[in-house]
Design a protein around this ligand. Sequence first.
Ligand code: JFZ
Length: 416
Amino acid sequence: MAKDCRQQWWKEAKFGMFIHWGLYAIPAGEYKGRQTKSVGEWIMKHLSIPVEEYAEFAKVFNPVKFNAEEWVRLASDAGMKYIVITAKHHDGFAMFKSAADPYNIVDATPFGRDPMKELAEACRKYGLKFCFYYSQVQDWYDKNGCGYGRPDEEKDFEEYLERKCLPQLTELLTQYGDIGLIWFDTPQKCKPEHSQRIYDHVKSLQPNCIVSGRIGNQLGDYMSTGDNMLPLLPYPGDWEVPATLNDTWGFKKSDTNWKSPKQLIELLVKINSRGGNYLLNVGPTAEGEIPEACADILREIGRFMQKNGESIYGTKAAPAYPYDMDWVRFTTKPGKLYMHLLRNVGKLYLLIGNTFRRAYYLETGEPFEYTLTAQPASGTHRLVAELPETLPNELDTVVCFEMNEEDVRFETLDTL
Ligand code: JFZ
C-alpha cells in the first residue's frame, strides 16, 4: 500500500540533512592501530570493542567546537528544510540528557551540554524542522538491547522497551518542542506488536510527528530506501533516500571520497523528479565540527538552490519521460514544468503533449528559445531547441515552462 505521511511540510521539503554524530567520532574509523573497513558508526561491532572499553570514549568526549547555529545555518544555506540527528545510534549512547539512562552526553562526558537542546533552538530560529534518529532495537551497550554480546534470543526485549526505549522516546518528544519525525532504524526481528507499541507511543505524545519507514513491520508513515538507492519503478507514495556524502555515515578520518556538488545535485533532482525526498548525511568530528570539505560542497549546493529552489520545493514527480535520458529530468507543479538540463546536448528534442505560454531560464529569467511542431497523427508536439554553447549553470540549468494545461503530458506514441 502506498505510504502517506500526511505532513505537508515533509512533502514540500524535498531535501534534508542527516547527521550521524556520537562517540564513534572519536576513533573515527581506527582503534588500537586497526582500521574498520565498514562505516564509522559500526566500529564497536566490527572491531569487537568490549562494551567497557568503548564506554571509555564517553569520558573524553568533549566537542568544544560544537556550535548548533553553525550547523543549522549550514543546512539552511544548503537549502535543506529539515535535520535528522542521531539521538541514539546502535552503540546505545544517548546524545541528549536522559533520566532513563546515565549513559548520555550530559551525565557521562566532560562536555556536559545537551546538543539537542541547542539544535532544537537553532532549528526554530532558522525555520527548519528538527527530527531525531533513534535506534529502537539495536543497543550494543544495554544488557537487553539487541545486536551485541549475548545472542538476541537470550535477551528480554520487552524489558528493554519498557525501561529504556519508550522512556527515552518520551524524553525526546517532551524535552525539545515539536519534533518533525523520528527516524527509526534496523528493526531486525522486532515483532509487529512491539513496532506498533513504539508507533503508538510516538503518536500519543506528538500526533503530527512522522514515523520513518524503518520502524519495521510495514508500520512507517513513509518508505525509506537503502543508502543512495532509488526505487526502480515509480513509487506512488511518500519516500525518502537516506544517502552518504562519502562512504560512511559516522565520521571516519580516512574517508575523503566526497561526491561532487554536481553528482549530489543530479541525485537530488533525480530523486525529486520521481517524487522522493533526499536526506543527505554529514558526519561531524569528535570536536564537534562538520568537516570543511563537506561544508564547502554543501555551500555550493546552496548556491544552486537559492536560485533554483522553485523547481525543487513543493514539486511533484513528473510522469516518467518515455526515453530514459540522464541528461534531463523533470519536476512539476500545477501549470509548470521544470526541465533540468544536466548536460549540454546541443540540440534537444522532446515529445510532449502540452502547449506553453512562456519558457525561460529560471536563474536568469532570459527566454528559452524553442519551436513546437504539432504532430497531428499522435496529437502531440515535437519540441526542438538549439541550446546555447554555455548554459547558465553547468550543475543544472533549469528551464521553466508555463503550461496552458495543469498537468504534464509526455507521449510515447511517436518517434522523435
Ligand atoms: C543503517 C545503520 O545500521 C547505519 O549505521 C546508518 O545509520 C544507516 C542510515 O542505517 O544501515 C542501513 C540500514 C538499512 C539499509 C542500509 C543501511 N538498507 O535497507 O539498505
